[in-house]
Design a protein around this ligand. Structure first.
Ligand SMILES: Cc1cc2nc3c(=O)[nH]c(=O)nc-3n(C[C@H](O)[C@H](O)[C@H](O)COP(=O)(O)O)c2cc1C
Length: 258
């Protein structure tokens, strides 16, 4: 649930450097008498004013956590980041090990810190761990009916057997990423996938399960999907029972430079 946040400037700490004024994307911060002032609370509450202030003079109320100081250790090298992206694979075979709650919390944290358009932060999550079968079994029943239609148009799919673990593949956790804005939710999911990989977990996106949520109102209710929202994507997670030795080959990027 979104809370009210008030931006304020401690004028005794403000040195009038104007950094917050220059960096404010909504021109909310202005200079008055050599000090920064907040002209309206009707801004997107992005926190740039607070983040950039060298004196800690700007604050935003209503958050449970204080801002953290940004250190060089928080940055990932370009080589490490590209290496992680290139070595990432969809993992569909998992061990029986449970995923610790702290790891799930870190994965959600990666989603929470992913940017959203106009900072609306409307992405939410449903985590399935203990009750996965209660979601998978009815979804499989629906999926089997759907597959008969898919098979008519797509022959490459016909040989696949739909057993009772087809959707989640005995994974230890499933996270459904929900929201009204598809881009916001998909970006969050991508960050979460990388975080899961960094934590030693294997992940795949279940487009099939996401598709089932579109046709079953009962499933949407069970997942806590509100009117105007949808399950944008679904991450299926577990400790990997496979280890890949090399990266995948990809098509060359189609790029237009002007
Ligand atoms: C949006 C999306 C939906 C996907 N849905 C499924 C799915 O339902 N089942 C599955 O086994 N893999 C699914 N995948 C995995 C893709 O098949 C996989 O990413 C692709 O073949 C490339 O392989 P890689 O991820 O190992 O590099 C999905 C991937 C994405 C991005």
């Amino acid at each position: 649930m979104k809370r009210e946040h008030i931006v304020s400037v401690n004028t005794s700490l403000c040195i009038g450097c104007e950094l917050c004024v220059k960096d404010c994307p909504t021109a909310t911060m202005q200079m008055e008498g050599g000090k920064a002032v907040v002209t309206t609370q009707d801004c997107i509450k992005c926190g740039h004013c607070q983040a950039i202030c060298p004196e800690g003079a700007v604050s935003l109320s209503g958050f449970d956590e204080a801002p953290e100081r940004i250190t060089p250790e928080m940055r990932v090298s370009a080589a490490a980041l590209l290496g992680q992206l290139k070595s990432r694979r969809s993992v569909r075979r998992f061990t029986e090990c449970e995923i610790e709650p702290e790891l799930i919390a870190q994965i959600i944290e990666a989603g929470r810190y992913t940017p959203t358009g106009t900072n609306k932060q409307g992405v939410s999550y449903t985590v399935l761990q203990k009750n996965i079968a209660a979601y998978e079994a009815p979804s499989i029943r629906l999926f089997r009916r759907l597959k008969r239609v898919i098979d008519v148009f797509y022959s490459g799919f016909r040989a696949i057997e739909i057993d009772e673990h087809f959707l989640f593949k005995n994974a230890s956790a499933v996270i459904v990423i929900k929201g009204a804005d598809e881009v916001d939710a998909a970006l969050a999911a991508s960050s979460m996938e990388l975080m899961a990989q960094s934590l030693g977990l294997g992940v795949f996106y279940s487009g099939f399960f996401t598709m089932i949520t579109r046709i079953s109102g009962k499933l949407r209710n069970k997942l806590g999907i509100r009117r105007g929202e949808k399950a944008v994507t679904t991450l299926v997670l577990g400790y990997p029972a496979v280890r890949y030795q090399r990266t995948a080959q990809r098509e060359t990027a189609e790029i237009l430079f002007d």
